[in-house]
Structure formats: structure tokens, C-alpha cells
Design a protein around this ligand. Structure first.
Ligand SMILES: NC(=O)c1ccc[n+]([C@@H]2O[C@H](COP(=O)([O-])OP(=O)(O)OC[C@H]3O[C@@H](n4cnc5c(N)ncnc54)[C@H](OP(=O)(O)O)[C@@H]3O)[C@@H](O)[C@H]2O)c1
Length: 333
């Protein structure tokens, strides 16, 4: 089968189309004919992980070490990137009961990656579900990562209708899903992003948008019940006066300092810091499918690239020009 192979760590050109051995499903696995994958934060990070030192990594040092062991110290251990996919079940192992051959599915492989390939094996109880109706493979392939992370992290703070939420990093994969899910939960949402993406974040349903290159949201006099900071750019010291008395500063990216702040603020009686990890689950993916089918969550596809141009797709995402998600079309390779 054809796959875009990570030949070494480095710039986008290290992704090269190669012929590799097609996997065979084990008894509990399905073989997916992958039609589309995506380019997201994890793919960019894994592609050049040799250059990522602990200081540049958005998580505590121990997480960096685990990532280093996963991705490899000098040469990539993950040969095929792509952690989101949409496709069709091509074959099933003898113990599989949840999926049938021919069924359209979408899913998330996490740090196993592997979706920049024509075929991929996944355990049937992995993060895989029937694809939402009325959606292209490309649209379905850009949903799982951002939606799973946003859905899981927002659940940790028990958001209530009418509450005021600010999403810092609203134009990215997690942020754009968070804007829509918070809106669906009845919150009043403000999205923070850079100038070129203000219109995009507005189109996601954010009632207000703030351009972080021109305005510091912590100086606008507003108070929020939740500040959801995707990249860990906003410190507690800056945000605490922008939070309601028991408001939450929720970090998707955090270091040891924010973990200590979480411990300390949990006892202080004032605004709290919450740092959390969001494991993807099949149950959450099924809930996301329902949100999509109800019209409460929609992916906005900026553009798609064929598998043979995976390097161009990475280059485009790294250019900072994208407005929405970027898919990789695999059937057309
Ligand atoms: N907690 C977990 O379990 C978990 C799981 C996965 C990932 N993560 C973390 O999530 C992060 C990646 O999130 P993502 O995939 O959504 O990333 P992404 O798609 O790259 O989006 C990040 C967004 O942040 C915005 N941004 C950049 N600088 C900013 C600033 N100074 N102020 C406000 N916004 C800014 C960018 O907006 P503009 O382009 O408009 O500038 C960009 O759209 C990583 O740090 C990763 O460690 C956490």
C-alpha cells in the first residue's frame, strides 16, 4: 500500500510517499481503508520532535520524556503520521462484532498515528465510530482530535447555561470545537485569535471575538466564569481579575507551575486553576457524532491535499495562513 512515511525528523520534505506493507487485522481488529486524514498539532510536533526541547514542549518535563521515548530520540519510531481518520471498513478480525465490512467510520489513533496510509488496523474498541451522516470523508477526518479534547476538557468544569466563557486559542483544532461545544451548552462565548482568523472564529458562533495581537483580554474589564486557555499563554496572575469569584482558568497545555497553582487554588476559595488531560474514548466520539448530526458541531475545512502532497499540507499549516482545518485525501493518492 502507499503511505506518507516519516523518513527522518525535520521539515515537511521528510514526509515521502513510499510503498509499505499493508497491515493484516488481528482477531479483535478492523482493517480500515483510509480515505482521509488531517494535519494537526500532534503531526507537526511528531514530525520534528528531535528539535523539541523540554522548554518548547507545552507540558511538564515527564510528558516530554514519554513523548521522546514514543517518537524516538534520533530517528522516528513512528513511521507513519496521521492521528485522525475517516474511511471504510475493509475487513474485520474473527472476534469483531461492532463493525461490518463496508461501514463508513471515523476515528482517532492518538500517539499511535498511522493514518497517512491507504490502510490501517485498529482494535474494534478503539476510538472509532460510524461516521456522521451527510459528511465527506475529509470533513469527518478533521473532527476527532479537536472535538474529543474540547468535549472531554469542558466536561471537567461542568459548564452551565448562561455562563461566560472565553476561549484563548479559538481558531485552532481544540479551540474551534470548544467555541461550538460551549455555545451548544448555552454559554456566552468569546473567542481569542489573531487578526486573519477573526471572521473564522465568528463563523463558529462566538458572540464576541478578540484579536490578541491588538487587545489584551485581561484588560477589557469583563469577568468570565471560564477562561479556557488552549496553549497555556495566559498566566493565572494575569487572568485572576478577569474571572468570577469561583471562575475557572482551564489549561489544555500546562507545566508543573500550573499544576502547583491547581493544587493551591483548589483550597483558596477564589478563582481556580484546572489542568487536565483528555484521553479520547469511543463513548465521547459517539457523543460527538450526535452533536454533529444535531447541527451543534461542524468542521470547517480550509483545504485538502492528496497523500502525495502531505509535505505541502504540513507546510501550509505551518505557514499560519489556514482558516479552519486541513485534510489529507488518501483515496486519491
Ligand atoms: N490536555 C490535553 O490532554 C491535550 C491534548 C492534546 C493537545 N493538548 C495541547 O493543546 C495544544 C494544541 O492545541 P490545538 O491542537 O488546538 O492547536 P492549534 O490547532 O495549533 O491551535 C492553536 C491556536 O492557538 C492560537 N494562538 C497562538 N498564539 C496565541 C496567543 N498568544 N494567544 C492566543 N491564541 C494563540 C493560534 O491562533 P492564531 O493562528 O489565530 O494565532 C492557533 O489557532 C498543545 O499545546 C497541546 O499540548 C493538550
Amino acid at each position: 500500500m502507499k503511505a506518507s512515511v516519516l523518513t527522518q525528523f525535520g521539515p515537511p520534505e521528510v514526509l515521502q510517499l513510499r510503498e509499505v506493507v499493508q497491515p493484516t487485522p488481528k482477531d479483535n481488529e478492523v482493517l480500515v481503508r483510509v480515505h482521509a486524514s488531517s494535519v494537526n498539532f500532534g503531526d507537526l510536533m511528531a514530525r520534528d520532535f528531535k528539535a523539541v526541547c523540554p522548554g518548547r514542549f507545552n507540558m511538564p518535563w515527564l510528558f516530554w520524556l514519554i513523548a521522546k521515548l514514543t517518537f524516538g530520540p534520533d530517528q522516528p519510531r513512528v513511521a507513519i503520521l496521521g492521528c485522525e481518520l475517516a474511511g471504510e471498513i475493509e475487513a474485520v478480525g474473527k472476534d469483531v462484532t461492532l463493525f461490518k465490512v463496508g461501514e463508513r467510520v471515523f476515528g482517532f489513533t492518538g500517539q499511535s498515528f498511522g493514518a497517512y496510509a491507504e490502510y490501517l488496523c485498529l482494535p474494534e474498541d478503539g476510538v472509532l465510530a460510524a461516521m456522521p451522516a451527510n459528511m465527506s470523508f475529509e470533513e469527518a477526518a478533521v473532527v476527532p482530535y479537536g472535538a474529543l479534547m474540547a468535549f472531554n476538557l469542558l466536561r471537567k468544569v461542568n459548564l452551565q447555561p448562561g455562563q461566560k466563557v472565553l476561549v484563548n486559542g479559538a481558531s485552532g483544532a481544540i479551540g474551534s470545537a470548544a467555541v461550538q461545544i460551549a455555545q451548544h451548552l448555552g454559554a456566552q462565548v468569546t473567542g481569542v485569535c489573531a487578526t486573519p482568523r477573526l471572521g473564522y472564529v465568528r463563523s463558529l458562533g462566538a458572540g464576541q471575538v478578540i484579536d490578541y495581537t491588538r487587545q489584551d483580554f485581561t484588560q477589557n474589564g469583563e469577568r468570565y466564569d471560564l477562561i479556557f486557555d488552549i496553549l497555556g499563554k495566559a498566566s493565572y496572575a494575569r487572568c485572576k481579575d478577569s474571572l468570577t469569584p469561583r471562575g475557572v482558568l482551564l489549561y489544555a497545555s500546562f507545566k508543573t507551575k500550573q499544576l502547583a497553582q491547581m493544587l493551591w487554588t483548589s483550597r483558596s476559595g477564589g478563582p481556580r486553576v484546572v489542568c487536565a488531560l483528555a484521553p479520547g474514548s469511543r463513548a465521547d466520539l459517539l457523543a460527538i457524532k450526535e452533536l454533529i448530526e444535531a447541527g451543534s458541531l461542524r468542521p470547517i475545512l480550509d483545504r485538502s491535499y492528496p497523500l502525495a502532497q502531505a509535505a505541502e499540507a504540513h507546510r501550509y499549516v505551518e505557514s499560519g495562513e489556514k482558516r479552519g482545518s486541513v485534510a489529507i485525501t488518501i483515496a486519491a493518492a
